[in-house]
Ligand binder design. Structure first.
Ligand code: MN3
Length: 237
């Protein structure tokens, strides 16, 4: 593709992004309650909203192509099977009984639906007092948590995710390969996700190339701690 074509398409993408975001501000569907056929949830903010930390082109491609492909392929894999009646959370809990296409694409759908919500342009958001106290107690405070979480995210070889989970009455940091997540009955460390980062190269390569650590550092600027705190409250309700 010629550079000028590429730029024109990029501009068209961004325009579409602004339009979409203005139509989809109402609310996010709760992925947890969803049943097949699954749909691509709205991003809830503009593709440009996380600039300069996560660039608009990455957000556009990540949401509209990668996440959409997980949704489409999940629906294809489930069509006509007994598992088609399960919610996405129920699927995760019995993923060992499912074919690999459901594990990969179902995990991809769950993980990204969660990820879009825990990111956001909520500048200067902070963990609630309750979550901050738990981070202090279990993970040694925000700074120590960030060091451990970054270690889990940079240390995950190849594609995967790093997580803060709620397990056995404590916050813990873990990571998973590919599109696995801590709700799956196949992973080593199971728990309820509270926070996560996508460390697949598609999440950062356009802007950060091979520098995953730089992407992770930038990620802290766009964590929506209001959402993460609400998630933590819900788990502990
Ligand atoms: Mn991804």
């Amino acid at each position: 593709m010629k550079r000028i074509d590429f730029l024109q398409r990029a501009t068209a993408f961004l325009g579409a992004g602004f339009m979409m975001s203005s139509f989809s501000k109402v609310h996010q569907p709760s992925s947890e309650m969803e049943n097949a056929p699954f749909t691509l949830p709205a991003l809830g903010y503009a593709f440009t909203a996380l600039e300069p930390h996560i660039d608009a082109m990455t957000m556009e491609i990540h949401h509209d192509r990668h996440h959409k492909a997980y949704v489409d392929n999940l629906n294809k894999a489930l069509a006509g099977t007994a598992a088609a009646g399960l919610s996405i959370d129920e699927l995760m809990g019995q993923i060992s009984k499912q074919p690999v296409a459901v594990r990969n694409n179902g995990g991809g759908h769950w993980n990204h639906s969660f990820f879009w919500q825990l990111l956001g342009p909520a500048k200067g958001s902070q963990p609630s007092a309750k979550l901050a106290a738990q981070i202090q107690k279990d993970l040694g405070g925000m700074d120590a948590m960030k060091v451990e979480f970054t270690k889990a995210a940079t240390g995950r070889f190849g594609s995967g995710w790093a997580w803060i989970i709620w397990k056995d009455g404590k916050l813990q940091i873990t990571s998973t390969a590919n599109q696995d997540n801590p709700l799956m009955d196949v992973v080593e460390t199971k728990g309820v996700p509270v926070m996560a980062i996508d460390v697949w190269e598609h999440a950062y390569y356009l802007k950060y190339q091979n520098k995953r650590a730089d992407y992770i550092q930038a990620f802290w600027n766009v964590v929506n701690w209001d959402f993460v705190s609400q998630k933590f409250d819900k788990i502990n309700a």
